[in-house]
Every structure is written in C-alpha cells, then in structure tokens.
Design a protein. Structure first.
Length: 107
C-alpha cells in the first residue's frame, strides 16, 4: 500500500470510530433523558464487562468445557464481594491480585 492509501485508510477508520460516538453526544446533549433510560444506560458497562469476563472465568484455555474449579473463578468471587462492599478500585485490584496469587499456590 502506498502512503496516500494508508492515510485514506486511517481517515476512514477514524471516521468510523468517531461518528458513532459523536452523533449521540450532539443529538442528546441538550435533552433531559428519562430516569429509566439513564438507569438502563448505567448498566451497559457492567453488562459488557460481564460478557467479556464470564467466558474467561468458567472456560479453560485448552477447551470449550465449563470448569468451575479454576483459580480465576475462585479468586473472582471474593474479589467481587470486596468490590461491592468497599467500592474502591485500587483496593479491589490489589485484593484481587493477592487472592489470585494465594489461590494459584494451591493449583
């Protein structure tokens, strides 16, 4: 590919990324959204994170079978409790790393 083709590709990828984020921002910036919609939108990051993490926690890398006895899942459960109780990202990350380290010693 030539330099102009790369620049055109970069511009196209930028537009495809930028426009879907820009349109709702411009259209909805001056409006008051209903409370139910705001509450629903607040749940989207949690749903996406859950959808990304759940398969990693219950399925080992080598196969597609569900495995509930693995260090990642065992460490994730108390880490989730800590996150819900303390609501501190830094403490949750540190606790999760320590719990995972302790659990992985037994596996």
């Amino acid at each position: 590919m030539s330099v102009p083709e790369y620049l055109l590709l970069l511009l196209g990828m930028s537009l495809v990324t930028y426009i879907p984020r820009w349109i709702p921002l411009v259209v909805l910036s001056g409006r008051k959204l209903p409370d139910w919609l705001v509450e629903w939108l607040d749940l989207i990051p949690v749903a996406i994170l859950s959808a990304l993490l759940f398969p990693l926690l219950v399925m080992p890398e080598e196969g597609g079978a569900v495995n509930l006895i693995q260090p990642e899942l065992i460490a994730a459960l108390p880490t989730a409790v800590i996150a819900l109780k303390l609501r501190s990202l830094s403490i949750t990350v540190i606790a999760g790393m320590l719990i995972f380290w302790a659990v992985s010693l037994f596996f």
